[in-house]
Design a protein around this ligand. Structure first.
Ligand SMILES: [Zn+2]
Length: 68
């Protein structure tokens, strides 16, 4: 399951910040902040979009990181 292309904008974010972002994804099923696993990162006109699965329940989670 490692076929996602690496997003360069994402990789330019320091690793500790990336970890924080991944650990702060809202899951509507858990109704709380969860960790995203098996994620991919896509470019979007708003910024970056993390699409993954909730580490707790496995539901789909999405987080948008807006451009500064
Ligand atoms: Zn969940």
């Amino acid at each position: 399951m490692n076929k996602q292309p690496i997003n360069l904008k994402w990789m330019r974010i320091p690793k500790d910040i990336r970890e924080k972002l991944l650990n702060n994804v809202w899951c509507s099923n858990c109704r709380g902040v969860v960790r995203a696993v098996e994620y991919s990162v896509e470019d979007n006109k708003m910024g970056l979009v993390i699409k993954g699965n909730c580490a707790s329940c496995g539901d789909k989670v999405v987080r948008v990181i807006e451009n500064e």
